[in-house]
Design a protein around this ligand. Structure first.
Ligand code: GDP
Ligand code: IMO
Ligand code: MG
Length: 430
């Protein structure tokens, strides 16, 4: 039975929430496997418009079990607010489980993230300021606190004392900030633990039982392949592996179980935060791509920052597809291109007299490459009401086909609007 990873194939915000919400009714488990509340996944369906940061986008399907995997870093205050908001709006969270192995974002992580960014000045990364990097760093240096620890008074006190011993020295000496009180922090996180008690569990048996029973499973990615800690545009990346390998690691599912990897990409490209972006545009084309004034304008779901926009970059996408074994593309926001008379696709990079067909690791070099564009005619017809591939304008079909050809991956779906039914499915993997 299918075990399908739905991963962001660009720099995040590709529309993963939309695609997972559509596919969730075919799955028994939806597992969010990485990132934290740096993510913002928009779901527009019969129940309303939702901006999810930590809860998996399968939560709207009443028959689906939703899991926050061990690869996620959880800010309990944010999660509790998200759960309360969903419940108030009539969405049940009784089938939401949080791995007791997932790490907790602590207040010092948020402070550290923001103080580090301020200290970087011009060299800032443009993080979301949610404490993501420091939380993953502490996980690796083994002074992290896990969700399961919040349920055990003695463990929490011991782990927090060890962590604060280090963190308070760092906060006061290096950053000149106020130290955090062990007592107050302990009581606050113990309370979070008791409020989340019914959700926090060892998810290993749930996941293994689902695999044994051949239940269809969706692994929901956050961020995107080009923000990957190893393969992204380092250091302008996030601090986790958002791709297919991270999907296995962060959900506790062995790679051999994966039956498909869906790469979600926009029909163009966006990026929030700093870092190289070869196909970035400004001016009138950027205004069109940003769709300001619409509910799906290119404004960050989490931070409200204006997203940088540019043409579709087939070089980056091919790189992302190869690294992650993407076998199926879900191309979103095709409708955003509806009014353009001509549309560009970047098919290669030129540097001096050399052509590159994958992004170089050196950001200084990547920032200087000249994109080689191919220009295709636009369709200048609304596509938002179209529901079958054959009914798309011929130019739109040609554009999508060319994108798939250049990336070297078959088409799975095209989305032509943010709503639950604004999807054209060509190949099913689940
Ligand atoms: P995610 O982080 O990958 O889940 O994506 P975000 O939710 O941050 O950003 C995607 C934005 O595009 C949201 O505002 C969605 O509602 C919107 N969206 C998704 N698919 C489509 C589409 O096909 N057309 C349009 N116009 N908007 C879409
Ligand atoms: P979703 O899941 C877009 C970007 C930040 C910044 C960099 C590092 O909604 O696609 P971090 O706070 O993670 O240390 O920031 O990564 N970033 C995202 N950009 N969508 C996201 O998530 C992102 N999560 C992180 O803007 O450039
Ligand atoms: Mg997003």
């Amino acid at each position: 039975m299918p075990v399908v990873a739905v991963i962001g194939a660009q720099w995040g915000d590709e529309g993963k929430g939309h695609i997972v919400d559509i596919l969730a009714e075919r799955a028994r488990l939806v597992i969010r496997y990485g990132g934290g509340n740096n993510a913002g996944h928009t779901v527009v369906n019969r129940q309303g418009t939702f901006k999810l940061h930590i809860v998996p986008s399968g939560v709207f399907d009443p028959a689906t079990v939703n899991i926050i995997g061990s690869g996620v870093v959880v800010d309990p205050a944010v999660l509790l607010r998200e759960i309360a908001d969903l419940e108030t709006r009539g969405i049940s969270t009784t089938r939401l489980f949080i791995s007791d192995r997932a790490h907790v974002i602590m207040p010092y992580h948020v402070m550290q993230d923001q103080l580090d960014e301020a200290a970087r000045g011009e060299a800032k990364i443009g993080t979301t300021g949610r404490g993501i990097g420091p939380a993953y760093a502490d996980k690796m240096t083994r002074i992290g606190i896990r969700m399961g620890d919040l349920l055990h008074e003695e463990t929490l006190l011991r782990r927090l004392r060890q962590a604060l011993d280090v963190k308070n020295r760092l906060l006061t000496t290096l950053y000149g900030a106020q130290p955090l009180s062990l007592h107050e922090t302990f009581l606050k996180y113990l309370e979070y633990g008791s409020k989340l008690d019914r959700h926090v569990t060892d998810v290993h048996p749930i996941v293994q039982r689902a695999l044994e029973k051949d239940m269809p499973i969706l692994l929901e990615g956050a961020q995107g392949a080009l923000l990957d800690i190893d393969h992204g545009t380092y250091p302008y990346v996030t601090s986790s592996p958002p791709g297919a390998a991270g999907a296995c690691q962060g959900s506790g599912i062995a790679p051999s179980y994966l039956t498909s990897v869906i790469g979600v990409c926009k029909a163009y490209t966006t990026r929030v935060g700093e870092g190289p972006f070869p196909t970035e545009v400004d001016g009138a084309t950027a205004d069109t791509l940003r769709q300001i004034g619409t509910p799906w304008a290119e404004v960050g779901t989490t931070t409200g920052r204006l997203r940088r926009v540019g043409w579709f970059d087939a070089v980056m996408m091919r790189y992302a597809a190869r690294l992650n074994g993407i076998d199926t593309l879900a191309i979103t926001k095709l409708d955003v291109l509806d009014t353009l008379p001509r549309i560009k696709i970047c098919v290669g990079y030129r540097r001096n007299d050399t052509e590159l067909d994958y992004p170089p690791a050196n950001n200084a070099v990547l920032s200087q490459v000249e994109p080689i564009y191919e220009e295709l005619p636009g369709w200048q017809t609304p596509t938002t009401a179209v529901r079958s591939f054959d009914r798309l304008p011929a130019e739109a079909r040609a554009y999508v086909a060319r994108v798939c050809e250049l990336v070297g991956v078959r088409l799975g779906m095209v989305s032509i609007g943010p709503a639950h039914d604004q999807i054209i499915e060509v190949n099913r993997v689940i």
